[in-house]
Design a binder for this molecule. Structure first.
Ligand SMILES: Nc1ncnc2c1ncn2[C@@H]1O[C@H](COP(=O)(O)OP(=O)(O)OP(=O)(O)O)[C@@H](O)[C@H]1O
Ligand SMILES: [Mg+2]
Length: 323
């Protein structure tokens, strides 16, 4: 399983939107087994994927990640797989309709509720620094239980700084995808994010590999602010201070389409077209390109590539028999 941190310390850079887009496209088009870990008590990505009602009902029954981790801190043991599965939300199968382009595919979500998150935080703050250190790999160990069950885990981070919670998320990740706004201020807040990623690897064998920097919410590529942000970020990427930039074709340009896709309306919105528009629109094709680029960078096969490999093999075999 590849675990990807969709991480920036800055708020409103489309962390949650990118998490939702990648989750849907990797699960629905690429047939990947996807687990979304929503670390944000605002719950933007879990609400977009599951709907508010499902989550509210679940939270009443304490189905949330912080509730699970709190119990584990009390007992001093990592959570057991059955206990994790009990708090996991499954977005159901697309029924009998197996047409990828029609229905959104199955995926799983670990969600964070405010109440549970506050209680977890208090519990952690009551511990000494040393004891806190013992629990730094709590999320990593939790996700390790699913190593063979999912191909990709996407971790959506909270925008405001929540130090311990953020550390847990980074220590559980092995890739970093940095969403960034192409504006004049874009490079100003990067230091904190870079430092936290660096810290998470300090004094341990844990490695977080740079997956990519993605320019999000790009209304006008012709503007001076876009151009100056692009040049500043390209420079930082060249210096290897931040992950390498994704190609322009992956950038998310379409504001209303992006907003529609992150807004859960009803069961009716469980189709790819309702969420992402027709498969020929630039927004839809851009996200397909992005999900393929992600797979390529983490070294996982894309569905269409697999088909072309099968095609290549078939062609070679045919040639062989012809000879
Ligand atoms: N490409 C886009 N173009 C325009 N608006 C977008 C785009 N992507 C996301 N948005 C909108 O921008 C807002 C912020 O996005 P999002 O909530 O994903 O950011 P975030 O980084 O997760 O924020 P937070 O730090 O609060 O968690 C949302 O209203 C979302 O619908
Ligand atoms: Mg968010």
């Amino acid at each position: 399983m590849d675990t990807i941190a969709i991480f920036h310390t800055k708020g409103g850079v489309a962390k949650s939107a990118v998490t939702v887009f990648l989750a849907d496209f990797l699960a629905s088009y690429e047939d990947k087994r996807v687990l979304v870990v929503d670390l944000d008590p605002q719950g933007s990505s879990s609400k977009a994927l599951l709907g508010r009602d499902v989550l509210e009902a679940g939270f009443k029954k304490r189905r949330s990640l912080p509730q699970l981790l709190s119990k584990s801190i009390e007992s001093g043991l990592s959570p057991h797989k059955d206990a994790i599965e009990a708090v996991l939300y499954k977005r159901p199968l697309r029924g009998n309709n197996t047409k990828r382009s029609t229905y959104l595919a199955e995926l799983s979500v670990l969600a964070t509720d405010r109440k549970g998150w506050r209680a977890f935080n208090e519990q952690i703050n009551d511990l000494t620094q040393d004891s806190q250190g013992q629990f730094l790999d709590l999320l990593k160990d939790t996700l390790a239980e699913f190593e063979d069950d999912y191909d990709i885990a996407l971790i959506d981070f909270p925008g405001s700084e929540l130090p311990f919670w953020t550390k847990l998320g980074l220590r559980a990740s092995n890739w970093w995808l940095l969403p960034e706004l192409p504006d004049y201020l874009s490079t100003e807040d990067l230091d904190t994010a870079v430092e936290l990623v660096r810290d998470a690897q300090k004094n341990s064998t844990h490695k977080i590999l740079p997956l990519g920097t993605l320019l999000t919410i790009c209304p006008n590529r012709g503007s001076g602010s876009y151009k100056s942000a692009l040049s500043a970020l390209s420079h930082l990427a060249k210096e290897r201070a931040i992950p390498g930039l994704f190609d322009k074709a992956c950038e998310i340009l379409h504001r209303p389409a992006a907003q529609n896709a992150t807004d859960w309306k009803s069961e009716k919105s469980r189709t790819m077209v309702a969420r992402y528009g027709s498969s020929t629109t630039p927004f839809h094709t851009g996200l397909k390109t992005l999900s393929k680029a992600v797979l390529q960078r983490i070294g996982q096969q894309s569905k269409t590539k697999q088909l072309s490999i099968v095609g290549d093999l078939r062609r070679k075999l045919t040639d062989y028999w012809r000879k």
